[in-house]
Write a protein that binds this ligand. Structure first.
Ligand SMILES: Nc1ncnc2c1ncn2[C@@H]1O[C@H](COP(=O)(O)OP(=O)(O)OP(=O)(O)O)[C@@H](O)[C@H]1O
Ligand SMILES: [Mg+2]
Length: 221
């Protein structure tokens, strides 16, 4: 489905170039469950940004269903992102002036009536246990609640690949477990791929394939 071939990513300033990803090969298929662990600063988030097509790679290729995205223009890439990718950011990245339900509604790509969008959004909020807070002010939610809204938002378009950057970082152990169970249940029921970056060994060890990011290189463990 999504294939990375020798993916490299540099960040340049006036003075120097930092080689953050140094040649990553990874193939992600439908139904995969991949966990990525690794030290802070090793390049995990940078890698997720590349495979979610949010940033261009410096060298190497990303192929979607066998076709390189190099051949596509920005609009086509945006369409692929909409069809394929649900991303949960390391910080939840919700829009603070919108309520939880509104954050979900504006993320729905399908051309539906407002009422239909609202009922789909309510359904997702129910699945993450936040029905009662759907209309609260987003900044008043706890870190874990915001993360749950962010997960609901990432899943609202039934993406083929769910990418999560430390989805349980801000959660207590019990809530973290219920969120993990939820992610696994959803990815299994839609046969989507699930890629999770985590510092938590108990989550890292759940992956069907487990990787360690080490100074810009990804090694299977
Ligand atoms: N937009 C950017 N511009 C410049 N440098 C960046 C940028 N994004 C990331 N970096 C650098 O790339 C390196 C890897 O960052 P990245 O966020 O990928 O690490 P990480 O493995 O996700 O770490 P953490 O576990 O702390 O989240 C860091 O040294 C960071 O400063
Ligand atoms: Mg990170």
């Amino acid at each position: 489905m999504i294939e990375c071939v020798n993916v490299k990513k540099d960040f340049s300033t006036d003075k120097n170039v930092q080689h953050v990803l140094k040649g990553i090969d990874l193939t992600i298929e439908q139904g995969d469950f991949i966990t990525i662990m690794g030290k802070s600063g090793s390049g995990k988030t940078s890698f997720l940004n590349c495979i979610s097509l949010l940033t261009d790679v410096t060298e190497g290729q990303i192929l979607v269903d066998g076709r390189s995205i190099d051949t596509k223009n920005r609009k086509e890439i945006e369409q692929i992102r909409q069809d394929y990718i649900g991303l949960v950011f390391q910080n939840s990245n919700l829009i603070p002036c919108l309520s939880p339900i509104e954050n979900l509604i504006i993320a729905i790509h399908e051309n539906l009536s407002y009422a239909k969008k609202k009922s789909r959004a309510m359904e997702m909020l129910e699945r993450v246990g936040l029905t009662s807070k759907h209309n609260h002010k987003t900044p008043t939610l706890s870190g874990g609640e915001m993360q749950r809204v962010a997960i609901a938002r990432a899943l609202i378009n039934n993406p083929k690949m769910i990418l999560c950057d430390e989805p349980t970082g801000a959660l207590d152990a019990a809530t973290g477990k219920s969120i993990m169970d939820f992610l696994l249940e959803v990815s299994t029921s839609y046969n989507s791929a699930l890629v999770i970056v985590t510092h938590d060994h108990s989550i890292g060890s759940l992956g069907k394939r487990q990787y360690l990011m080490n100074e810009g290189l990804l090694n299977e463990i």
